[in-house]
Design a protein around this ligand. Structure first.
Ligand SMILES: *Cc1c(COP(=O)(O)O)cnc(C)c1O
Ligand code: SF4
Length: 347
């Protein structure tokens, strides 16, 4: 079959997949043959933060399994509505580093540009689930101001496209923006933090690769893959295209109870990434965002887990365990040392 990826109205284009995400809890439960008893809670929790899951991601979930690790990342649960001390709306205090619209400048030498407020998927654990995205959809004048901010600060070596999901923006916007940034002499690198190639691999088109790679800037993409089951054949194709375009590929994951908190989950994820030449970069502990406490894994367990990974994997397949802490000059590494791992269930 021949795909003409530039045709605008193709039914399997990424735009149409994005526009046709499942957002009705009832549809999700029916499609996966799940107990309708889950519906009331799903409706209630989705009023706080909508359900949103794209077809290619949904198609990787197991039917009839309420504990499927991909389902757990998107299914709204009643637990989200139970208040927990310490779990707040803006755990990272980002609304204060968000001094200019569209920019978060917290760390030396690198700056986040909020390229698109939208996401292709709504992840229940997301630390930005309460972020005021609407205030960060920039007008043309605001884009100019954001670029002026980068032009005026020669300490900025790296611009990071973030969001939302920056690849939810169209290719015309990304082409324009990347050229403007490449024209700023002190900027040396471009980084893209995105979950789109994971959840809608069809997003990786020749046009996208041109938009990102058509300038002097070396490009690093940090994917956001949390579980080996996410890495199917379509995503593998997307990865291959990104690599062929010369993009360096890293991955960051969030450590989530019931999703990827067992040693075998983490080893399988690292091995799957390694199979495709993607380097695990960060494993984040959960940010204490309201509505996500049921994903919490305590620090001691997290350190043990990564310590066990050290004794099982080559060093470059062991991600750095980090926490994001308001007011710190970088992400904070958690103390990890090698730990003997017991036999895994499949051994
Ligand atoms: C994570 C992050 C970065 C990049 O940090 P690295 O350690 O270079 O990956 C930059 N800015 C913000 C606000 C971040 O959260
Ligand atoms: S910003 Fe990332 S983690 Fe948050 S909802 Fe969007 S894709 Fe998911």
């Amino acid at each position: 079959m021949i795909h003409v990826s530039s045709a605008p109205v193709e039914s399997d284009s990424w735009q149409s997949i994005l526009a046709n995400c499942v957002s009705d809890p009832k549809t999700l439960l029916q499609r996966l043959a799940l107990d309708p008893k889950l519906l009331d809670a799903a409706h209630a929790a989705s009023r706080e933060f909508a359900l949103r899951v794209p077809e290619p991601y949904l198609s990787r979930m197991r039917k009839g399994d309420p504990d499927d690790p991909l389902l757990r990342q998107v299914l709204p649960l009643g637990e989200e509505l139970v208040a927990q001390p310490g779990y707040v709306l803006d755990p990272l205090g980002e609304q204060h580093s968000n001094a200019r619209p569209g920019i978060i400048h917290k760390y030396h030498g690198r700056l986040l540009l909020l390229v698109s407020g939208g996401c292709a998927i709504n992840c229940r654990y997301c630390f930005r689930r309460h972020f005021p995205y609407a205030d960060n959809n920039l007008s043309t004048a605001e884009w100019d101001q954001a670029l002026d901010y980068i032009r005026a600060d020669s300490s900025i070596r790296e611009v990071i496209y973030s969001g939302g999901d920056p690849l939810a923006a169209n290719d015309r916007r990304l082409t324009w923006l990347t050229r403007e940034i490449a024209a700023i002499e002190h900027v040396r690198r471009l980084r893209v933090h995105t979950r789109l190639p994971v959840v809608i691999p069809q997003r990786v088109t020749p046009e996208l690769l041109d938009a990102l790679c058509g300038t002097r800037l070396p490009v690093t993409m940090v994917l956001h893959c949390n579980h080996a089951n996410e890495l199917d054949a379509e995503m593998a194709t997307a990865i291959m295209r990104l690599k062929s375009a010369g993009i360096t590929l890293l991955n960051q994951a969030v450590l989530l109870k019931g999703v990827n908190d067992r040693l075998e989950d983490q080893i399988n994820l690292s091995e799957a990434l390694g199979d495709h030449g993607v380097i695990p970069y960060y494993l984040h502990v959960l940010d204490a965002v309201r509505g996500a406490h049921h994903f919490h894994v305590d620090d001691a367990q997290a350190c043990t887990l990564v310590g066990q990974m050290l004794t099982r994997l080559p060093g470059f397949l062991v991600p750095r365990l980090v926490r994001e802490q308001a007011g710190q000059p970088s992400k904070l590494p958690l103390p990890v040392s090698p730990r003997a791992a017991g036999a895994m269930p499949d051994e």
